[in-house]
Design a protein around this ligand. Structure first.
Ligand code: PNS
Length: 164
């Protein structure tokens, strides 16, 4: 039985993340999507909402579950008996960042294995930031998040303000 973790902030989980999760599910028997906290970030959606969006988004993918974790990824890794952490990368900047994270995690847990998966195709440029910016402009990020999660995501839609 092989288990992989797909960790992230998922603020919110996008169709790009879903593509990564599906790829991870092809390579491992079980995939745990871990909604975590990056101390360097301020979040648009609170943990409960990020978790709910993630759960609705993966509901139709077999062998994939979603958990919330506020601790360290290196600890979660051992607790779940994971074989790998799968992270996606879109460009050089992502890649350099993920290599640094992978090195840090391995330095603190020698069992830690990171599998970097390149995002290609339709969702290659998609990001949670792009979804949030669309919401801020009052636009609907249709096609960028899973249709089942769209209603919750739209609670952050900026309503037009009348000028005075
Ligand atoms: O989607 P993100 O923000 O790139 O995800 C980053 C995340 C949440 C995976 C990363 O910040 C993380 O591993 N957080 C858990 C806390 C931890 O292990 N910190 C030590 C490394 S910074």
């Amino acid at each position: 039985m092989s288990l992989a973790i797909v960790p992230g902030s998922f603020d919110p989980l996008t169709m790009g993340h879903l593509d990564l999760i599906r790829k991870a599910a092809k390579r491992y028997d079980e995939v745990v999507v871990a909604v975590m906290v990056n101390p360097a970030k301020r979040y648009c959606f609170d943990m409960k909402t990020r978790l709910e969006i993630a759960r609705l988004s993966v509901a139709d993918i077999p062998r994939v579950s979603v958990i919330a974790d506020r601790g360290l990824l290196i600890d979660l890794y051992d607790r779940l008996g994971a074989k790998a952490v799968c992270k996606g990368w879109r460009n050089e900047e992502d890649y350099a960042y993920e290599i640094r994270m992978a090195d840090w995690n391995r330095a603190h847990n020698p069992r830690f294995r990171t599998e970097l998966i390149h995002s290609r195709g339709e969702f290659a440029d998609l990001s949670s930031t792009a979804v949030r910016q669309k919401l801020l402009r009052g636009e609907i990020p249709e096609g960028w998040v899973h249709p089942n999660a769209l209603q919750i995501v739209l609670t952050k839609l900026k309503k037009g303000e009348s000028e005075t």
